[in-house]
Ligand binder design. Sequence first.
Ligand code: ADP
Ligand code: MG
Length: 251
Amino acid sequence: MKQASSLKDNAPDQAQTVAVSCRGITKVYGSGDNAVHALRGIDLDVQSGELLMLVGPSGCGKTTLISIMAGVLDQTAGQCLLFGNDLSQIAANAKTAYRGKTVGFVFQSLNLVPMLTAAENVAIPLLLTGVIWMDALHHAEEMLSRMGLQDRLHFYPSELSGGQLQRVAIARALVHSPRLIVCDEPTSALDNVTGQEVLEVVRSLGVAKDRAVVVVTHDARIYHFADRIAVMNDGRIERITTSPQELVTVP
Ligand SMILES: Nc1ncnc2c1ncn2[C@@H]1O[C@H](COP(=O)(O)OP(=O)(O)O)[C@@H](O)[C@H]1O
Ligand SMILES: [Mg+2]
């Protein structure tokens, strides 16, 4: 097992251009008669400086794939490198620390802490990386304001609408400037105008020379924010396009 000190922050060579490298990734949930083959051999690079979208029918493996990319789930076989680091080979505590610093994850289920206010929820990733409480709260409030939630800073999750909760979760994923941002259906509870505004912020903060964003979505209205769109089906990548118009079917 590698120690935390061997993790590459300024990774050389390919890690400068490739944020996430997936080779032959498979994932099987369960075993025997109950085995579910969620991923059936994924080869995919997420380039630094890009926003990659993953689209495809429900159950095709999108959430499974981004969870492996983000190091919150281990693959059954194959290799996934995050900025040159193989997280499956790293001891649990070092992995948790590296992931906390490097990845911002917007979960489909949002995973907000009910006993904490919006600002306190958003401050968590900063506190985990050692920022002092007042500074963390200040940054959290700024990020929530960028999400249009300046009048909801001290509300509890139970006092917020679905769309507001989604924006709190997105603010929490962005607040510590992670090098990789992964978002699972980030606009599912947002109206079109708010969805466009939020993606604007995600893109402007998340896409940079040494950073990347992966967004799982069904929302064709946000396809134009993608540099590339990977189409998944039944645990495989079917094709990758740079032209979102190809994917929008005329009703
Ligand atoms: N924890 C789990 N245990 C068993 N099967 C799972 C689990 N998570 C996902 N699956 C199955 O794996 C497949 C892919 O799921 P998922 O990655 O959530 O797809 P998507 O995000 O594209 O809807 C589905 O058949 C789903 O039912
Ligand atoms: Mg999913």
